[in-house]
Design a protein around this ligand. Structure first.
Ligand code: ATP
Length: 443
């Protein structure tokens, strides 16, 4: 049998251990829509919490927001999405394959996978047609064009239309930012690579409002901070790089754009975009809504439309990046050990408590430790199977620490603390376990 690729192994691990399942699997699944199981939702929640801490909690100049998914349809006319949120689509008349015209070089011809679509003699591609990626639905009982509303394809517009509400209610002054995490929907033409490109996903976006003229400096500041954030999740520095958008790639709203890219098994790919959007968005909403969106700068005694520096990252894509980055296989004593080497900050389970045997008072001691630990962190109690197997199960779930209650615990009150990565074990007094974990999990 051909050797499974890292992605195949990861997909199978994610299902087996309850990270990610295919949506509606018992009905044959729904294309590129995924569900998060117990470990997956914990991982994604930890990523979102880390982002919120860095972007909102730790900063006096950024406020949080949770805008609705459904918005006035004119929002999407003003933003340019109705006219221009399109991807060029080509079909192959021979194999009925459907491709993004701008991604042909990254796609394989279904008839001859060693070639790109269009390169095989039998390929018969149509001309490119523009395909709008927004999902439409109807508001109210009538399915008519006047009732069309869209499922938002980005969270940013909810921030722009609320910027004066947030500014006035929070008494912020420019420069300041608004951050939000929320679901978005895109009817992608060629989704794939597991959860890398899906049709429903969560974005974590921050829009930073600045005085025109200071935008380039803020753009550089946010570039630096965002790269640092990805490293703080434990992602390997050599697998992260910058990609600057050239003039032909630059979106209609942007003066400058950089992507943070990660080296996936399927190549270097974007995980976050940082954009200097100028005053494009506020100007368009001002024109379309007829409401003044200018800021009055008291210190300068001037009115202006602020410029916006945007940081936009997908929570699901970061979760996939963290999974890919963490996955490794090692040979230990002639056996393969599969490890998800998560940084403790994102690990779904921080510590497992394992009584060596189910007798001699060990379960009682273990339960006491377990209750102590789970007051602060997500913890897991496992008393079944050989201890080595229990360690392997936790390695595979990415649990950084295991606490074993054994014979010595009963005689001297110490437990074994095992580190997932080094597999080193040390003895610590049971009543100092929380302190020991705290210094390693919370830093
Ligand atoms: P592409 O050109 O690859 O379609 P994009 O440039 O339109 O992507 P943005 O609109 O800048 O992407 O989205 C910001 C972030 O949202 C991306 O960096 C990525 O993390 C995430 N994202 C975008 N599209 C998807 C998707 N279909 N599935 C999962 N995450 C996505």
């Amino acid at each position: 049998m051909a050797e499974l690729s890292v992605m195949d192994k990861l997909v199978s691990l994610c299902k087996r251990r309850g990270f990610i399942f295919q949506s509606s699997e018992i009905y044959g699944g729904l294309g590129s829509v995924w569900d998060y199981g117990p470990l997956g939702v914990a991982l994604k929640n930890n990523i979102k919490a880390a982002w919120w801490r860095a972007m909102v909690q730790a900063r006096e100049d950024i406020e949080g927001l949770d805008a609705a998914i459904l918005m006035h349809p004119e929002v999407w006319v003003a933003s340019g999405h109705v006219a221009g949120f399109t991807d060029p689509l080509v079909d192959c008349r021979t194999c009925k394959g459907r491709f993004r015209a701008d991604h042909l070089q990254g796609a394989a011809c279904p008839r001859k996978p060693s070639k790109h679509p269009g390169e095989h003699t039998e390929c018969d591609l149509t001309a490119a047609r523009q395909f709008n990626l927004m999902f439409k639905t109807f508001m109210g009982p009538m399915e008519e064009s006047a009732a069309v509303v869209y499922l938002r394809p980005e969270t940013a517009q909810g921030i722009y239309v609320n910027y004066l509400n947030v500014l006035q209610s929070s008494r912020q002054k420019i420069p300041f930012g608004i951050a939000q995490i929320g679901k978005v929907f895109r009817n992608e033409i060629t989704p794939g690579n597991f959860t890398f490109r899906t049709r429903e996903f969560e974005q974590m976006e921050m829009q930073f409002f600045v005085t025109p003229g200071t935008d380039e400096e803020w753009f550089e500041t946010w570039r630096g901070l965002r790269m640092e954030w990805h490293r703080s999740l434990g992602l390997a520095a050599e697998k992260l790089r910058w990609h600057q958008h050239g003039p032909e790639e630059l979106a209609h709203y942007a003066r400058a754009a950089y992507d943070i890219e990660y080296q996936f098994p399927f190549g270097w790919q974007e995980i976050e975009g940082i954009h200097n959007r100028t005053d494009f968005d506020l100007r368009r909403h001002q024109e379309h809504s007829g409401k003044k969106l200018e800021y009055f700068d008291q210190a300068a005694n001037a009115r202006y439309l602020p410029y916006i520096v945007e940081t936009s990252v997908g929570a699901d894509r970061v979760a996939l990046t963290v999974l890919v980055d963490a996955y490794r296989e090692e040979t230990v004593a002639g056996e393969t050990r599969v490890v998800l080497g998560f940084h403790p900050a994102v690990a779904p389970i921080k510590a497992a408590v394992l009584p060596l045997v189910k007798k001699d008072g060990m379960p009682e001691r273990a339960q006491a430790v377990y209750q102590d630990v789970r007051r602060r962190w997500s913890a897991f109690y496992d008393d079944s199977g050989a201890i080595g197997r229990r360690y392997r199960r936790m390695d595979e779930a990415g649990t950084p620490f295991c606490i074993t209650i054994d014979g010595e615990t009963l005689s001297d009150g110490t437990v074994t603390l095992r580190d997932r990565d080094s597999m080193a074990q040390e003895r610590v007094a049971a009543d100092r376990v929380v302190e020991w974990l705290g210094s390693r999990i919370d830093g």
